[in-house]
Design a protein around this ligand. Sequence first.
Ligand SMILES: Cc1cc2nc3c(=O)[nH]c(=O)nc-3n(C[C@H](O)[C@H](O)[C@H](O)COP(=O)(O)OP(=O)(O)OC[C@H]3O[C@@H](n4cnc5c(N)ncnc54)[C@H](O)[C@@H]3O)c2cc1C
Length: 353
Amino acid sequence: MRVLVIGAGIAGLMVARELASRGASVEVADPRGPMGGATGAASGIVTLQLPEPPLSWSVESLDLYESLGVARRLPGILVAPGECIGGLLELRYHGVEAGALSPGEASRLAGLPIEPPNGWGTGYTLEALVDLGGLLSRLTSPPPGPIRPVEADPWRALRDGFDVVVVAAGAWTPMVLGAPASEVAGSALYNCEASSVRLPGGSLEAILYVEHDGESAYAVPEAPGRAIVGDGPNRILGEPGEAAPEPGTPYEVLEELARVSPVFEESYPTSSWAAPCMITGDGLPAVGEWVEGVYVFAGLDGYGLMAAPALARLLADAITRGRPLPASLDPHRRARPWSGEGPPPEPWRTCGS
Ligand SMILES: Cc1cc2nc3c(=O)[nH]c(=O)nc-3n(C[C@H](O)[C@H](O)[C@H](O)COP(=O)(O)OP(=O)(O)OC[C@H]3O[C@@H](n4cnc5c(N)ncnc54)[C@H](O)[C@@H]3O)c2cc1C
């Protein structure tokens, strides 16, 4: 079976790897080279502080990253309203280490003083950091097949003799398919952004999260003394060219965070990264057949590193063994009220967001 994978981000590279391991002859096309899209901008966090799905995808993806030797497990310290800390206990039903933590213990693990305000608490979950440079080299040396620096077109590829084309072009997917974004599982394009702020010292041995009114900030050991402020109001929904709502600035977010914990009082923004992302109408990815011979693997929003490896296995099984994919991921579905069957819409929200 000759397969062309369009896009060499985490989705494309992972499905190419899975297909090659099942005996397919795979080629990958990407004018920006491997990980030149949103994947190259990612922070590398694999969180298990999630509802189901995507929790099981995240757990399976973490196993795979560990087998490739590119993941490091760390305690994720959560500073959040009390009900959020209580909610962490649910993760134990899924076999994920999680629970409450005293502020003293949280401060020791994070290497920073943490003083939660009244009604707030501290807790922990298991988290992991993926080394993106290591991942790139594990996925490309040797590559699953030739990776060509070209823009590809699925219809032309079918005429050129490919049996199957997988469109894993991230936010470019609707354009590659020649469909409006809203036609691909009711999706929209947006700017996936995170801002980096400097923290006043500290030697972090944990991923530190602070949740606040829909905003979150996290600090990671790979960048000691820095925190990454989440994407809440920085989200720019809509089609390219459409007037976008005014994004919140990292300064505004920091002001809020400083009210929550003195850790953030002296922080200031140092940089920000953004990359185009695609979100579907119900928050689940779009994975499945578009037309005969052409598959879609996109809509991973801000959690592609967590979901892509597990979903790549499902997709490769569907392509090579005819195993059906969950209807809830069908790229032709539209944004619609939840019928009560399958996973509920917007399952990605964590407490506070
Ligand atoms: C700042 C930031 C931080 C993030 N942090 C995390 C994190 O910590 N954990 C996490 O799980 N997720 C994170 N994410 C989200 C994650 O990066 C994305 O969900 C994921 O990278 C999407 O992968 P993808 O392969 O679908 O898309 P992309 O990585 O964007 O890949 C798509 C590729 O398709 C190529 N392409 C487009 N058109 C064509 C064409 N015609 N022919 C060939 N190729 C084409 C593009 O060049 C691109 O390389 C973050 C994102 C951002 C922006």
